[in-house]
Design a protein around this ligand. Structure first.
Ligand code: 4NP
Length: 147
């Protein structure tokens, strides 16, 4: 099963989501991408690299890329980090069947449906993002539901 994590820039949230899911299970092929092209080819934000390393996860070799049309065929589930990313992905999806693969990563979180963009925050924003993603992905590994 193939899982794609998507945020805006592919340097803060989705690289963490990719690293966390890979650390929890080797049952999935996991990749990440951004809806925007601001940071193509760049490593994750140093604050994401640091937060991951605090949990024994190494994400420094990831490289930012943009979502491409083929992703909607290649991946079984595409996790959006927030509702605005979800809307952008739905606009990009070639068909309605492809749209069904797109889900909010926090869809089962009763408190919030958005992993907040930590780009303009301090390190505590990255720790908060890590905790949200860690809980959501623990649930996913326990009960992997594919569209
Ligand atoms: P991400 O965070 O979507 O979690 O990677 C952002 C990174 C960069 C920008 C916005 C969000 N930016 O505007 O450059």
């Amino acid at each position: 099963m193939k899982v794609l994590m998507v945020c805006l820039g592919n340097i803060c949230r989705s690289p963490l989501a990719e690293g966390i899911l890979k650390s929890k299970s080797d049952q999935f092929f996991v990749d990440s991408a951004g809806t925007a092209d601001y940071h193509l080819g760049k490593a994750p934000d140093p604050r994401s690299i640091l937060e991951a390393s605090k949990h024994g996860i190494d994400i420094k070799d990831q490289k930012a890329r943009q979502v491409v049309p083929d992703d909607f065929d290649r991946f079984d589930v595409i996790f959006a980090m927030d509702p605005s990313v979800l809307e952008d992905l739905k606009q990009m999806a070639p068909t309605d069947a492809h749209k069904e693969k797109i889900k909010l990563i926090l869809e089962n979180n009763p408190k919030t449906n958005a992993v907040p963009d930590p780009y303009y925050d301090g390190p505590e924003g990255f720790a908060f993002v890590y905790d949200l993603l860690d809980k959501a992905l623990e649930d996913f590994v326990q009960n992997p539901v594919f569209p």
